[in-house]
Write a protein that binds this ligand. Structure first.
Ligand code: P70
Length: 460
């Protein structure tokens, strides 16, 4: 159902600036949308992370913030909600997801170790590599093919995973991760059957399984809709079953926690929890607040409950699918099918005249900003391209992600986004490639600066 199951109580004005102002802004930003001031953006689809609208219950919850350094009541509330939803023994709060990753990987990964995933997201990959590990992507073949249709395109390829285990040996693999939904591969879900089979395979080798749980509710709603046998089960039930198959999870609550800041790490193992908590105290804070204010913990506890509301999840996935359908009907090349949190444009097919060394997806993101003041994000050569043995290596996928913030934009906003992209599609041959003028050694996409390889017709 495409009607919002909420009404609007507080309004945040947004403003559209002229095309000329946008051209100047994107030039000043070095053709990198991360460097744009947000007030120069009309519709912000950079990320669904930390951009949710909080509910009246969450705002009221902020007033219940217990800002005690140790033993805050809000921590105990969060702990009981997380234990009930996910079923893990230890709940370790962090201020966002990547800290949970960093704590976990610095505790269990050492130089030369290998961490397979369906597809690592940028911060997960970077945190594995930061401690000297190797991050390997083992999703099914369809995950790397934007045109392939599959109900659970985020699934792990078990044969591939088994080959990795044989090749590197069990001792080299401290854990396997599965990202639900698979963000780098189009926000595609993983099936419960696939998680169960992965767990069985890992049990045979004594390797623990961790879930990267950011978008767990959207993934579980897809399971309810698509996986045989789950139609009559509640999403809450499906979540419980999913996490019973894992030894722990990392969570950025900035996504399906419906908060602007927050995250956590869960494990069952007592010794591992102690080690992680000691490191947490060193880098983030005492284990009953983990880098957050008490009020943030409260908002997170409430958000995690609200996200399981099936009316909300039905609307949420329908809104994303609706944008996907408007674009698909216009013949725009997309990752199929629609993801849970975002629609992904296939930049290779949108801009076939721009070769991968000229960052076609980044060029498309910049052009979309010029066209409609819409900010999307590149998931392609800028984010994942790297040098190996002195040669550049490019990722299979060259995508622009339109991430939809939760409970923020209306259906009419989505119509505007679709119309802008369709207008750009008609003039796509005018978009020019880009070259780097500055790049940082890690996670370069956040701060890179670029310029056009030749003067753009769009910018005239
Ligand atoms: C996003 C953000 C964060 C993320 C994730 C998965 C599957 C862990 C994290 C880290 C990051 C981003 C990307 C582009 C633009 C803005 C922000 N994903 N695992 O939007 O969580 O950010 O809380 O440290 O997707 O997908 P955190």
């Amino acid at each position: 159902m495409l009607t919002e199951p909420f009404k609007i109580k507080v309004v945040e004005p947004i403003r559209s600036i002229s095309r000329e102002e946008r051209i100047q802004a994107i030039r000043e930003a070095g053709f990198n949308v991360f460097r744009l001031p947000a007030d120069k953006v009309f519709i912000d689809l950079l990320t669904d992370s930390g951009t949710s609208a909080m509910s009246q219950a969450q705002w009221a919850g902020l007033m219940l913030g217990d800002e005690s350094y140790a033993g805050s009541q809000n921590f105990f509330h969060l702990q009981s909600v997380v234990r009930e939803i996910f079923g893990f023994k230890h709940v370790i709060p962090t201020h966002q997801g990547r800290v949970a990753e960093h704590l976990l990987f610095s505790t269990v990964v050492t130089a030369g170790k290998v961490v397979p995933n369906n597809i690592h997201f940028d911060t997960t990959r970077a945190n594995v590599e930061h401690v000297g590990g190797r991050a390997l992507d083992c999703a099914i073949r369809e995950a790397f093919d934007p045109d392939a249709d599959h109900p659970f395109k985020g699934n792990m390829d078990l044969a591939k995973l088994e080959r990795v285990i044989h090749e590197h040996g069990r001792e080299a693999i401290p854990l396997v991760m599965m990202t639900v939904t698979n963000n780098s591969g189009g926000g595609q879900p993983v099936s419960l059957a696939n998680i169960r089979e992965t767990r069985q395979l890992l049990d045979r080798h004594g390797i623990p399984l961790f879930l990267d749980a950011c978008r767990f509710a959207e993934n579980c709603f897809f399971i309810k809709e698509r996986e045989p046998g789950y139609r009559d089960r509640s999403v809450r039930d499906i979540v419980r079953e999913m996490f019973s198959l894992a030894h722990g999870c990392t969570m950025s609550a900035k996504k399906d926690g419906l908060v602007n800041i927050g995250g956590f790490l869960c494990v069952n193992d007592d010794a591992l929890a102690d080690q992680i908590k000691n490191l947490l105290i060193l880098v983030e804070g005492f284990p009953t607040y983990g880098g957050l204010a008490g009020r943030d913990l409260e908002a997170m506890a409430i958000g995690l409950t609200e996200v399981l509301d099936e009316d909300y999840l039905r609307f949420r996935t329908a809104q994303v699918r609706n944008l996907w359908e408007m674009l698909d009907q216009a013949g725009i090349p997309l990752v199929r099918p629609a993801g849970g949190h975002a629609v992904y444009l296939n930049a290779r097919r949108f801009l076939p005249h721009i070769p991968q060394p000229q960052f076609p997806a980044q060029a498309l993101a910049a052009a979309l900003y010029i066209e409609g003041g819409i900010r999307a994000v590149e998931i392609g050569s800028l984010m994942f391209g790297r040098m190996e043995n002195g040669r550049p290596v490019y990722p299979d996928l060259e995508l622009v992600r339109l991430a939809i913030p939760r409970r923020v934009y209306t259906t009419q906003h989505m119509r505007y986004v679709a119309d802008s992209i369709i207008d750009l599609w008609r003039r796509r041959d005018q978009v020019r490639g880009l070259r780097l003028t500055y790049e940082a050694p890690v996670l370069r996409h956040f701060t890179a600066r670029l310029e056009e390889v030749e003067p753009s017709v769009m910018a005239r």
